[in-house]
Design a protein around this ligand. Sequence first.
Ligand code: CTP
Length: 402
Amino acid sequence: METDLLSGKKILLGVTGCIAAYKSCLLVRELILRGAEVKVVMTPSAHHFITPLTLSTLSRNPVITEIFPKDSSQQNTWHIETALWADVMLIAPCTINTIAKIANGFADNALTTLVTAMRGEVIISPAADVDMYEYPITKSNITKLTEIGFHFIDADSGELASGLEGKGRLPELQKIIDSLETVLSGYKKDLTGKKILVTAGPTYEDIDPVRYIGNRSSGKMGLKIAHAAYLRGADVTLISGPTQLSSYQGINRINVRSASEMKNSVISEFEKNDVLIMSAAVADYKPENKSSSKIKKEDSLISISLTKTDDILSSLNKGNKIVVGFALETDNEVINAENKLKFKNLDLIVLNSLKESGSGFEVDTNKVVIIGKDKSKIELPLMSKFQTAHKIIDELLKLYKL
Ligand code: CTP
């Protein structure tokens, strides 16, 4: 397996003074587990919410809190050395006060001083109460910083510490870590303005109110594609079969159960989108009749007659849209995938072989071959499903002017 992208990366984590500061502990823990080196810098207000001792213990490094060294024999160039050490700086959570200072070039504490000295990318994940987050000056500060190359992670909506409902929550950690990985991989917002429809997960074909015919798809690959496209600026609609997995806020998610529900949703969303990535494992057969009451043992059922579901991809009027399919194969993989690409009128097909260890259902990694209309083949090494998702998007962008 390719090593984790975060392994060995030097991450400077800025923590500012708001209630979400307690979540920085979990963030540091996760980064350390992924093999990153972490140094934390705190603003004076952050101390009201969390102690340097907690963060130094978790990060295994002293926490930077002071702008000037306590010992006058030390040189005061720590900020230059630390900024040069870091591959990336992530400020999470970042208050609107710190955003305002950064937008105006202040270097009045250890954290803001480090921002001004950074050569690597800086990612800001704001957290505030709804009115503070929506405050026009905050918004214009965020716009200003975005224009000069700072990366922002949109706050989530929901119940805030004040009891109010609205936008301003620190996003779930996975979204922050995925954003970090995306920036560290060098990806930009190259899908801004593009509308991408992704399907994910299995479909369930009901036998009776209790039982169904399903498959082992977990939905992970499709979800990672939706997430990677979203972080690269796309407007993403996700049509998901039954899965336990949550998707980022900001993704328009439509939950479906059966192949026919998925077909109806794909058809109604297809027109509004530029690209369809059909990664769902759609059932090919469904029970001919669904029993409206539970089938009892005494009913001496001996067989269930099945009928074919409609092939969703083949029923689309493709026009000039880009359509990507998936092929899950165990035998004659490439030939089968090429046939599917041709018969389903696809632009690309992503071949998943169940024979490869570490790829396929339920796992977090995948090893795929991306096949083009011209029979071009990109064989990707075993990598995380998130990195695979980015590579599929890269191929899409290389082949088609989106
Ligand atoms: N697909 C679809 N509608 C179906 C079944 C599959 O649109 N009823 C799509 C899948 O989402 C995938 C592609 O077709 O993008 C290939 O799916 P796969 O299950 O590999 O192939 P099938 O066409 O179902 O053929 P087989 O099961 O015989 O391999």
